[in-house]
Design a protein around this ligand. Structure first.
Ligand SMILES: [Zn+2]
Length: 313
């Protein structure tokens, strides 16, 4: 491995077909410092010891982080545009209340935060170990906040007619996210040895969602009811996307089977990023459908009775 002081940091300027292009020295896995060694199956394309300005310049040439960065830069722009569009056009067309605006704005702000932290981590991790760890902490906090953004509209609209349960589940989710963020401040949380524990923690946070989902099915009278048959498959699909994303993340496939062949395009982390964006977009659309349903269907007597039972028991 090259010693830190021996690693050249200059951005190379070279000519391709008569045009000046800016490129950089890229390194192989065996040459990079240990804090960048997260995946031994990605063999080339590493940026090392760049300044923050050089990291920003690296947006415009290929490295093994390019797709990771751009997928979430584009994701951030999409959710920003959606937040503006929803508040100015979509929600008014559904005669939305102030709380609909609050829920959508919170949800999309959480998604944007998740995208920014992730893109920032992949962009600036090439500076040095300290900067890399700070951004990694933000990236992991961003995943928590992104999940919070999913829970907000899910619980708000699913428990629209069960106000008592809605308050309970929103409270529990906020507490769970807070506990997860506190655990993340543990000094060993970012270490490679805790990678599995980090994964288990995030899986648990996602898996918890099964509790309010099945309780919602029960409160609505079971699988045969119209509302459950309409929305349950959508929830199953978002979990399918989440599980698929986690499978890529955890198994490091396809690069495990094709080491060095998908360094720049097609690696597991890139699939994880793309699937997260698709899952957020899908969940946003589900929220719109759920809001439309709740605005055009009054709470049934069964729903009112169930909530009254909860409130008085
Ligand atoms: Zn990432």
């Amino acid at each position: 491995m090259l010693a830190r002081k021996d690693i050249p940091v200059d951005i190379a300027v070279y000519e391709v077909a008569g045009m000046r292009r800016v490129g950089a020295n890229l390194y192989s896995y065996s040459e990079v410092p240990s804090f960048l060694k997260n995946n031994k199956f990605i063999e080339s394309g590493y940026r090392v010891s760049l300044s923050s300005g050089q990291c920003v310049q690296s947006l415009f040439y290929w490295s093994n982080e390019s797709v990771n960065i751009w997928t979430h830069v584009i994701g951030f722009v999409m959710f920003l545009v959606l937040a503006v569009y929803d508040n100015l056009f979509l929600l008014p067309s559904y005669q939305a209340t102030i709380w609909d605006h609050v829920v959508y704005t919170l949800c999309l702000t959480c998604f944007q935060f998740c995208m920014v932290c992730s893109a920032g981590y992949h962009l600036f991790c090439a500076q040095n170990e300290e900067v890399c760890k700070s951004w990694l902490a933000l990236d992991l906090a961003g995943i928590c906040i992104g999940l919070l953004g999913c829970y907000f509209p899910g619980i708000y609209y699913a428990y629209f007619c069960f106000d008592h349960w809605r308050r309970i589940y929103l409270f529990i989710v906020c507490v769970l996210i807070l506990i997860t963020l506190v655990i993340q401040t543990h000094q060993r949380f970012l270490s490679a040895r805790w990678a599995t524990r980090r994964l288990i923690l995030f899986c648990a946070l996602v898996a918890y969602g099964v509790v309010p989902v099945f309780h919602w099915v029960y409160l609505n009278g079971g699988m045969q009811t119209h509302i459950v048959q309409t929305f349950f498959p959508r929830v199953v699909f978002v979990y399918f996307l989440g599980v698929l994303a986690l499978m890529f993340y955890a198994t490091k496939c396809p690069e495990r089977c094709l080491p060095g062949k998908v360094d720049y395009v097609g690696s597991s982390h890139q699939w994880w990023h793309i699937l997260v964006v698709i899952a957020f977009l899908w969940w946003h659309q589900c929220g719109v459908a759920m809001m439309n349903y709740r605005h055009s269907n009054k709470c049934t007597s069964l729903e009112r009775t169930s909530d009254l039972w909860a409130a008085t028991s």
